[in-house]
Design a protein around this ligand. Structure first.
Ligand code: ADP
Ligand code: GLC
Length: 472
């Protein structure tokens, strides 16, 4: 079976968040399970791309709104990721350093999708499934089904995985002419509330869509940034599949990004040694419980609640906790989290920016990983934390609800709370740090967490079953 994943991100080529982690690892596990899975993504001007040996496998031109854009498909020659990787190079549009946030993001991703489809038209043997990820690829199922130009592709099954429905890729009807040969009576498939909505078009046109946890699938029907009714209507072709993690990249026993490797039998010492390294780097005390936040500094992650929650936790715990933040995002949140350093010099620090290696060190050395998310389709931080014996403190939503059981429940191991408020976060931090007084209890929780299996071995098979159901 040949499956092509199409995505804007793929770790280690280019990653902003969990989408990159998932698309970078799922195909590897699918390959191991006997599926010929590959990835197609934009060619960005990134270190991984510059350092790779690439061969041109296809060159052509695409037409977008009266513009003729030359493009190339390049293949990474060595398959060093464990699966074939193809990059779509569109000079001036995609070969830039950043993934998102350019003014011409619509042109960028429409052109990416058109280039992919032009290439697909030339395939002698068609793939068995096209697996799209998020709104940047949502027009692919629509065009395969409804554009005359791509008629030859109509019979290929399409799957769309929704990692985050908050972002939908909206653009105005004035850009309709970017899309080739669509009958006007199909326009409704593109529209949602008066704009072209690539995520909605993908959901309407794909053969099946999935979300990255079962709880998130439920939540979308009542909260999905305007698409609630659509998710109710289309429910029949949906499935929630929890993400897995790449246990080769995320393994405390072999992780080359942390100073002290450890495994389940020496977790206490291993974590303490890594904690020492973090505390030294950030001027924090090794003897206090360390609570860390890693993530995008946006409202979805509850990051705006952190400044007040941190102040309140320090107030309640009277200096008996350290808190560290690693993140980047909205400027106002970045600024207030950076400024907090002036108020709590010895017990708080923040690294505003993106640093992959530092994130590994924090998963290894922190005692707790805090995730006060308002919305969390799956969440990978808690899964990495579990693998590194680090207790997750999570708000009960989406994938966090599906993967973390409060320590007070049978076989529980994490700390969970209901409300997205600074008081609830602060109370959860207090509850968590009280656990630290009970050393045997902490040991038991760490072992319990490290014995859990959230690898792709669990979930990759569910995708394969889904593909098989489409190819009958
Ligand atoms: P999302 O995709 O919504 O951002 P996930 O929990 O699925 O959330 O994945 C986030 C991923 O990005 C994790 O691998 C996390 O470690 C990483 N990450 C987020 N922010 C940073 C940062 N500032 N530095 C390093 N890694 C980060
Ligand atoms: C999104 C979600 C996150 C999920 C990730 C990978 O970015 O916000 O919860 O883990 O995609 O699926």
């Amino acid at each position: 079976m040949v499956v092509i994943h199409v995505s804007a991100e793929c770790y280690p080529v280019a990653k902003v968040g969990g989408l990159g982690d998932v698309v970078g690892s799922l195909p590897k596990y699918q390959q191991a399970a006997g599926v010929n899975a590959m990835v197609v993504m934009p060619y960005y001007d990134r270190q991984f791309v510059r350092e790779s040996t690439l061969e041109v496998v296809f060159s052509s031109e695409l037409q977008m709104g009266g513009r003729s854009l030359p493009f190339q498909i390049l293949k990474e020659s060595t398959d060093k990721l464990g699966y074939p990787l193809h990059l779509v190079r569109i000079p001036g549009l995609l070969d830039r350093p950043d993934i998102y946030s350019y003014q011409d993001e619509t042109e960028q991703f429409v052109a990416f999708q058109l280039a992919f489809l032009e290439w697909l038209l030339q395939f002698g043997t068609k793939p068995d499934v096209i697996h799209c990820h998020d709104h940047q690829t949502g027009l692919i199922p629509f065009l395969m089904n409804h554009s005359h130009r791509y008629n030859a592709l109509t019979s290929i099954p399409t799957v769309l995985t929704i990692h985050n429905a908050q972002y939908q890729g909206w653009f105005g009807w004035d850009k309709y002419h970017y899309l080739p040969d669509v009958d006007p009576w199909k326009w409704g498939m593109l529209d949602w509330h008066g704009t072209i909505n690539p995520l909605a078009a993908g959901v309407k046109s794909c053969w099946r869509y999935t979300t990255v946890s079962p709880s998130y699938l439920e939540e979308l029907k009542s909260s999905s940034n305007g698409l609630e009714h659509l998710f109710e209507l289309e429910e029949g072709k949906s499935q929630g599949i929890i993400n897995g993690i790449d246990t080769e990249v995320w393994d405390p026993a072999t992780d080359t990004m942390i100073p002290c490797n450890y495994h389940i039998d020496n977790v206490s010492k291993g974590k303490q040694d890594n904690k020492r390294a973090i505390c030294k780097q950030f001027g924090l005390s090794i003897s206090k419980p360390l609570v860390a936040f890693i993530g995008r500094l946006v409202g979805e992650k509850g990051a705006d609640l952190l400044p007040e929650a941190v102040a309140s936790a320090f107030n309640n715990l009277k200096g008996k906790v350290s808190i560290l933040v690693l993140g980047s995002g909205e400027h106002a949140i970045e600024e207030s989290l950076a400024n907090l350093r002036n108020s709590f010099k010895k017990d708080y620090n923040a690294f505003i920016g993106y640093d992959e290696a530092l994130s590994h060190l924090i998963y290894a050395g922190a005692d707790f990983i805090l995730m006060p998310s308002r919305v969390e389709p799956c969440g990978l931080n808690q899964l990495y934390a579990l693998r590194y014996g680090t207790i997750p403190i999570v708000r009960k939503t989406g994938g966090l609800k599906d993967t973390v059981i409060d320590f007070s429940e049978p076989d529980g191991y994490g700390v969970s709370f209901e409300e997205a408020s600074s008081e609830a976060i602060s109370e959860a931090i207090v509850r968590a740090t009280e656990l630290c007084a009970n050393t045997p209890g902490i040991r038991l929780l760490r072992k319990r967490m490290m014995n859990l299996d959230f690898s792709w071995h669990r979930s990759a098979g569910q995708y394969i079953d889904l593909y098989k159901s489409l190819n009958i």
